[in-house]
Design a protein around this ligand. Structure first.
Ligand code: ZN
Length: 136
């Protein structure tokens, strides 16, 4: 069994944005030579996240961001964190900092409509995504 670590960067353009990174992860897997195993996609940032959701209709991404903004307002009385980005920290924790996807026959076993998203909540910034592939 092999374990390979890799990374790539994502440049975001808005404060809140979901960036489809599926193709970047596919490229890392293809270069790894691992055809059976799993891949962990990990975000080492406290105001960003990784999620998997539909990448066919862009309205889904819009609606996810709209709902998060409603549930977790940017300015809320009672926030104490001095950086002024408490909403971004909360969104990061709710969505989580990683996703795991199974690899079979060299392909991620994503559903037909699933894509992997880097979720920016305090952009624009240049971010790092870590990828660890385990398998053979
Ligand atoms: Zn902060």
């Amino acid at each position: 069994m092999k374990i390979l670590n890799n990374s790539f960067t994502v440049s975001t353009n808005k404060r809140n944005e979901l960036v489809d990174i599926t193709d970047k992860v596919k490229k890392v897997i293809a270069e790894s030579g691992i055809s059976e195993g799993n891949v962990i996609v990990y975000c080492p940032h406290t105001t960003a996240a990784i999620t998997i959701n539909e990448n066919a209709d862009p309205d889904v991404v819009h609606d996810i961001l709209l709902t998060l903004a409603d549930l977790i307002p940017q300015n809320k009385s009672g926030y104490q964190h001095s950086e002024g980005n408490s909403d971004a920290h909360v969104k990061s924790s709710i969505l989580g900092c990683s996703q795991t996807v199974l690899i079979d026959n060299g392909q991620m076993q994503l559903g037909t409509w699933q894509g992997i998203y880097f979720c920016e909540f305090d952009g624009p910034r240049r971010r790092t995504v870590l990828v660890q592939i385990t398998g053979q």
